[in-house]
Write a protein that binds this ligand. Structure first.
Ligand SMILES: Cc1cc2nc3c(=O)[nH]c(=O)nc-3n(C[C@H](O)[C@H](O)[C@H](O)COP(=O)(O)OP(=O)(O)OC[C@H]3O[C@@H](n4cnc5c(N)ncnc54)[C@H](O)[C@@H]3O)c2cc1C
Length: 430
């Protein structure tokens, strides 16, 4: 039994608040160091977000080289260099194999459990907690933190219970998808310790648009594969481009390329105080514009009497082809030979550079990930310890670290969790 009573107050070496991937890993790492550990979660289940991650399959990490992983964490990925030198994605894979969870690699280095079940990942972590005698309190929302003389002293539960601790790991996640328990409770406890919370914003989130073709649902449900999508600055230069798939929705655009671009939309709107940002869609990124123009002219010349829609069949998905023809005032049934070169030129341009305005994203609550959080400048990158409060550690999405979808966020949660837990245990024992 890990529980030690001091009068009426329970006392632990390490208290971990939050049972997401970062908190579960922190509790395991602290337990492995022989600390008396308590893991507290407000929900009736641990790992709720983990269980729905990766479409219920849990994209637990990524097998790309560390350098690439860091590049795929645009929100302070470089802060993780030290952490990765201690525990990295390959260590995560070994860790899960050690728990009996074999992983398999899919496209873009994404790693999933062979079982294809996120729940199997959650269960393996829970079994490990039990093996290490980590005490778990579920249905126990934490209400506050007590700091005394610049040192963590205790955690206060919502029901008033006080739990003393040598060190505390705050692993309560961000503010996205709050029904999983992540409601942003930890920011206030961080601020109370003197920490800065950088602006919170939605990332990995669908993008909204007031363009008539979106509002009229002209392209709703249309998926485009392997396109290149860019966010443009006010001068029309790309801030970022991503080559992946996308989909048009009833409110705007979504899909992997859009999710990756979304934070740049948010940041551009903020930086230049814009109400709309221009995005640019290249539906044929393998072809140069000039080559494409010549090819279309050649096709038209070969069969000038054929309708342009039939001449261009197969160039693009049919709905998108008809849409772009219409955008360029070309009647799809017109004979190719009757269409001016200028119109063919402008059609070609819109295949390569269809520009449209977007006006924001869905809310932070609907985002896959929360951008912003506890400033990493105030965190020791080798331990995840607070530079401002002794015995206080942070890990996971509460930190100002955010990655693209593709396993990068869970990787960050597990790596920071590992460091936070083991160092919280070392601190408590010292
Ligand atoms: C639908 C969806 C799919 C995703 N898929 C992937 C994916 O495949 N790969 C990937 O890398 N990332 C994915 N992500 C992102 C990833 O799941 C998160 O970044 C990750 O779960 C963050 O882990 P965390 O431990 O920091 O916080 P969370 O997983 O959010 O866990 C926080 C925990 O803290 C508890 N808590 C909160 N407040 C309190 C309190 N006051 N008292 C006690 N406990 C509290 C909560 O109940 C919760 O259990 C996905 C996100 C979503 C929403």
């Amino acid at each position: 039994m890990n529980l030690v009573k001091v009068g009426e107050t329970m006392k632990f070496d390490v208290v971990v608040i939050g049972g997401g991937p970062s908190g579960l890993m922190a509790a395991i790492a602290a337990g492995e160091k022989g600390a008396k550990v308590l893991l507290i979660d407000k929900g009736d289940k641990l790992g709720r977000k983990l269980a729905i991650s990766g479409g219920g399959r849990c994209n637990v990490t990524n097998r790309l080289p560390v350098e690439e992983i860091i590049k795929h964490i645009p929100g302070n990925g470089k802060f993780l260099y030290s952490a990765f030198s201690i525990f990295n994605n390959e260590d995560i894979i070994k860790f899960f194999e050690g728990l009996g969870i074999a992983l398999k690699e899919e496209d873009h280095g994404r790693m999933f459990p062979v079982s294809n079940k996120a729940q199997s990942v959650v269960e393996a972590l829970l079994q490990q907690l039990e093996k290490l005698n980590v005490k778990v309190f579920k249905n126990s929302p934490v209400a506050d933190m007590i700091y005394i003389d610049n040192h963590v002293a205790a955690v206060i539960l919502k029901d008033g219970q006080k739990i003393a601790a040598q060190s505390v790991v705050i692993a309560v996640g961000g503010k996205s998808v709050p029904h999983t328990g992540s409601t942003g409770d930890g920011y206030a406890w961080a601020e109370k310790a003197g920490h800065t919370i950088t602006d919170l914003f939605p990332t990995e989130v669908p993008v909204t648009s007031a363009e008539p073709f979106i509002q009229n649902k002209t392209l709703q449900g249309l998926s485009l594969r392997d396109i290149e999508l860019s966010v443009l600055n006010p001068k029309g230069k790309p801030l970022i481009s991503h080559r992946m798939d996308m989909i048009f929705t009833h409110f705007g655009i979504s899909g992997p390329a859009v999710l990756r671009c979304s934070q740049f939309v948010v940041k551009a709107m903020k930086k230049w105080n814009l109400s709309e940002v221009t995005m640019c869609l290249d539906a044929l990124p393998n072809q140069k514009e000039e080559e494409l123009y010549r090819e279309i002219i050649k096709l038209v010349k070969r069969e000038p009497k054929k309708s342009i829609k039939n001449t261009l069949k197969g160039l693009l998905p049919e709905r998108y082809l008809l849409f772009l023809l219409e955008q360029n005032q070309i009647d799809p049934s017109a004979q190719g030979g009757t269409i001016s070169n200028e119109k063919i030129f402008s059609f070609t341009k819109s295949c390569k550079q269809f520009r449209f305005k977007v006006n924001g994203t869905l809310s932070l609550e609907k985002a896959f990930v929360t951008g912003g959080g506890v400033s990493v400048k105030e965190i020791n990158p080798k331990t995840m310890g607070s530079k401002l409060m002794n015995g206080l550690y942070f890990c996971g999405e509460i930190l100002d670290i955010h990655g693209y979808t593709g396993g990068y966020n869970i990787t960050s949660a597990l790596v920071t969790g590992r460091l936070a837990g083991s160092n919280a245990a070392l601190f408590a024992k010292a």
